[in-house]
Design a protein around this ligand. Structure first.
Ligand SMILES: C[C@H](O)CC(=O)C(=O)O
Ligand SMILES: [Mn+2]
Length: 336
């Protein structure tokens, strides 16, 4: 098995955990230590990507591009990556990130909407950036659909396509089915991004590697949305035990995790009932708050609302249907 390329996402996915309040000093420290440990890619952006700082998604303490600049100053041999969701971030944001020194971009779309990434992937490629397609909520589409969408990203010029388990909802077989199909039909690298809501992030990452993924995301000390991502230092150690090469210094990553635990994490990153139910229901983390409000209004258990939303495949941006769903469930309860 070849080398596994790890992307450290704590400074982007973990931005959700700290309410997008990362400081330049924190970014510098984490990037410098991760770089010394040998992490090849480090992502630095607002949790919702470039341009995410807004009333809707949460205002950042520091401007994205300033954080990218701070990261680049201490990145050594590591490549600084940014996340871009077309519609939230713009081509202009991407150009600024490039000028600030970012050399990789992950262009993220909902799993069935890869077509909106065309212009962004093509522009990034034309600037010479390593360019990755990132298919969010990949659990919600069958493997054949994930493949069709991944092929679109490949055709736009992506160097790799990620299966992204945004809701932390996938079981091992779900990961295996999607990654192996992509591996069979694509000629670019395949990546996997997990969330630990069902306590399966490390196991799912191993399943992804076994099925052919060679790019895996991790967040040091599990600093990521919901119950966090695949815990980087744990994955590095487990892969080492399996004889799989990451070129990452385990002790340095463990030290960095201790630093993050003591200085950055606002609360222990365990699996709360809220994060568990996101994975169990297969919905975006941001739905939890809306479901609790709807539950109080209509007297329906918020867990049942979230499970119903998962069954209905409600996606980010359709938050208005949460109230409607709860109302229908309450009416049904009365009529039986
Ligand atoms: C915008 C999301 O936070 C991207 C991501 O990390 C995911 O879908 O998971
Ligand atoms: Mn994520």
């Amino acid at each position: 098995m070849g080398k596994i390329l790890l992307t450290e996402v704590a400074l982007r996915d973990g931005s959700h955990v700290v309410g997008h309040q990362f400081t330049k000093e924190q970014v510098r420290y984490v990037v410098e230590q991760a770089s010394k440990a040998g992490v090849p890619y480090i992502e630095v952006t607002h949790g919702d990507g470039l341009g995410g700082s807004s009333l809707q998604y949460g205002l950042s303490k520091e401007y994205d591009i300033d954080l990218v600049k701070a990261a680049v100053e201490v990145a050594g041999d590591s490549i600084i990556s940014v996340l871009l969701l077309p519609g939230i971030g713009t081509i202009e944001d991407l150009k600024e990130a490039y000028q600030a020194g970012a050399r990789m971009v992950r262009v993220a779309t909902h799993v069935t909407e890869a077509d909106v990434s065309k212009q962004h992937i093509e522009t990034a490629k034309s600037m010479g950036m390593e360019t990755i397609g990132f298919l969010m909520m990949s659990h919600s589409a069958p493997p054949e659909v994930v493949l069709e969408q991944a092929k679109l990203m490949e055709s736009y010029g992506a160097d790799a396509v990620y299966v992204t388990d945004s809701a932390g909802a996938m079981l091992l077989g779900d990961v295996q089915a999607r990654i192996s199909l992509l591996k069979e039909h694509l000629s670019v690298d395949i990546g996997f991004h997990a969330h630990n809501n069902l306590s399966l992030a490390v196991a799912n990452s191993l399943a992804a590697i076994e099925a052919g993924a060679n790019r895996i995301d991790g967040s040091v000390c599990c600093l990521g949305a919901g119950a966090g991502n695949t815990q980087t230092e744990v994955l590095v150690g487990v892969l080492d035990r399996m004889g799989i090469d990451t070129n990452i210094d385990l002790y340095r990553m463990l030290d960095l995790a201790d630093y993050v635990r003591a200085n950055i994490l606002p609360a222990p990153q365990d699996i709360t009932s809220g994060s568990f139910i996101m994975g169990y229901a297969g919905v975006y983390s941001s739905f939890l708050r809306h479901a609790v409000i709807a539950s109080e209004k209509f007297g329906v258990d918020s867990r049942d609302i979230l499970i119903e939303l998962g069954k209905r495949n409600v996606v980010g941006g359709q938050e208005d249907t949460i109230i409607e769903t709860a109302q229908q469930m309450a009416e049904k309860k009365v009529s039986v």
